[in-house]
Design a protein around this ligand. Sequence first.
Ligand code: G3P
Ligand code: MG
Length: 243
Amino acid sequence: MTVPFIIGHRGAKALAPENTLLGFKRAAICGVTCVEFDVKLSKDNIPFLLHDDTVDRTTDGTGLAKEMTWAELQELDAGSWMGTQFAGERLPSFEDTLKLCAPLGLAINIELKPCPDRDQETTEIVLDVAKKFWPTTAPAPLISSFERESLRHAQRLAPDWARGYLLESNLPNDWKEFAEEIDAATLNINQAGQTESSLADLKSLGKPLLAYTCNDYKHGLFLKQHGVSAIFTDNPLLFADQL
Ligand code: G3P
Ligand code: MG
């Protein structure tokens, strides 16, 4: 699979509230052609965009997302926390996100971010909705997750859609075996602290490396020079010459 060097992280997290429709519009205006976002399920099984387990940090509400219905989640303001100019921005449904990104020409990396113990139904429902609303004429989504069960379900349910194996800085001992088990198309690695030799080890599997989250121009170029295929950035404007 091919990805552009710059992927907008949670839309364009430095320029608009993360994981919002405004963020995807801003990313597109900046010239971004691929965005990443985090998807989970409401209590009543509507897939929507949110990074954390709770709504506290990125909305004006409080509580666990998995205990809130979609009707309750839609009431929340997901913009004011970042600035009054973003007041009124809502948590987007996954369906609305697909319906916005496709005509904007944005390729998508869907990060499965299930609420605790909801790996299977999250993967099933997210992939169902994606198959229904993501145009077959658009580039197929990249499906990524830190959760091994989510990736296994994705392999079973959408074998033809590329999987990105998300890795924390501390690699598990069996990362190579698991990457092969799920036939990962990409390794989505933490950019922090990577050196020429750590990148060489990661590259030894022959899979493209996508590095999150890089907001430093020089480090971004270092990663590129040493074989990283793409970086996730909060601020695509920093990398305007790399778009
Ligand atoms: O998918 C890349 C990156 O988003 C993974 O980390 O915690 O920002 O979702 P996180
Ligand atoms: Mg993410």
